[in-house]
Design a protein around this ligand. Structure first.
Ligand code: ADP
Ligand code: MG
Length: 331
């Protein structure tokens, strides 16, 4: 619920579409375990195409839906992939590799051990985590155009990238239908397309991890996808400790490295979504080093000691909402 609220409130701030020539439309859909809302100027029928596309992708990528393609793959260990599964897997595997496994789309057995799939949260024994980790390795996925294979009992989880991919597909549909202005909030993965009708760029709010219905600040941008991964999005607490749904692939434990949230801004939804999760795992130094080598995105990283690290490309487009609560470190 917290997650839904955070995602939704992030949208409200940017929902300032003023009237322009074509009709303002708004559609919402519950999919991919979250609440999604899309606003655009254009024909009503486009909304149906968008929600249809999101539901279609959800029914391919869901790990829990017994009729999904990913479910069949995890069960049978081999499927003839849809174009979407094949495309998203290829892109994801390149990123898993480039991120040295901080992103690993075979993390599912570990996620299951912590109860994040079932909602029956628990702290597993170290030994259980170790044995689950043994089958985690994205290199166990083999993809070619007519076959996807999972080796060594691996299981696929596209949870870190699916919403970003859905954003990319929705943007394609909007473009094909000549929609020039739209705002997509796919459960906290936010795509801003075109400029606001008054010609100014969008302002996307970045949630305050301590109070996710509030914002630490805003990024002004156009034609970008802004994805945030935060420890506040899904977690449980046990014996005074917080366990979050982002897993450190090296230890099999929820990531606990002083990061409160990572927001990534790039041209691609899949890239933003993948990186927000992976750079959270990499931690501050790892994330900054990765950015030096791969500058095709911008970031806003918030640490638990209330520091904000903003990449150079976006620093002039970022506005802090309460200047005394956070120390901004520019780099
Ligand atoms: P959210 O879904 O809350 O926006 P993310 O995009 O960060 O968050 O994705 C988190 C999901 O990705 C988890 O629920 C889990 O299914 C999966 N996941 C967790 N840790 C990793 C990881 N290190 N690599 C790949 N996938 C992960
Ligand atoms: Mg992600």
């Amino acid at each position: 619920m917290k997650k839904l609220l955070a995602a939704f409130s992030a949208a409200i701030l940017v929902l300032t579409l003023a009237s322009c020539g074509t009709q303002k439309q708004s559609v919402s859909v519950e999919a991919m375990d979250t609440f999604m809302k899309i606003e655009y100027y254009g024909d009503e029928s486009v909304g149906e195409k968008l929600t249809g596309e999101i539901k279609r992708l959800d029914s391919l990528f869901s790990v829990t839906d017994k009729n999904s393609e990913v479910y069949a793959l995890n069960r049978d260990k081999e499927v003839k992939p849809s174009d979407d599964l094949s495309a998203l897997l290829k892109r994801s595997l390149t990123l898993c590799d480039r991120l040295d496994g901080a992103l690993d789309v075979t993390i599912l057995p570990v996620v299951e051990k912590w109860g994040f799939l079932s909602g029956k949260y628990r702290v597993p024994e170290k030994q259980e985590i170790q044995s689950a980790l043994k089958v985690v390795n994205y290199k166990n996925i083999e993809v070619d155009n007519d076959k996807v294979k999972l080796k060594n009992n691996a299981k696929l989880d596209l949870g870190a990238v699916a919403k970003g991919y859905a954003a990319d597909k929705c943007l394609e549909i909007l473009g094909d239908n000549n929609v020039e202005t739209s705002l997509l909030n796919l459960g906290g993965t936010i795509a801003v397309h075109g400029r606001k009708p008054d010609g100014t760029p969008w302002r996307v709010g970045i949630a305050d991890p301590d109070n996710p219905s509030d914002y630490i600040g805003f990024v002004s941008c156009s034609d970008k996808v802004v994805a945030t991964s935060g420890g506040y999005e899904r977690y449980f607490e046990k014996d005074g400790r917080r366990y979050i749904h982002i897993i450190d692939t090296q230890t099999g434990f929820p990531s606990d490295n002083g990061i409160a949230s990572v927001t990534v801004i790039s041209d691609s939804g899949t890239l933003s979504d993948a990186l927000s999760t992976a750079l959270f795992v990499k931690g501050l130094d790892g994330a900054r080093e990765y950015h030096r080598d791969n500058p095709d995105f911008d970031y806003v990283i918030l640490t638990t000691d209330k520091k904000l690290y903003i990449s150079e490309g976006i620093v002039n487009d970022f506005t802090l909402s309460e200047s005394d609560r956070y120390e901004v470190v520019k780099n």
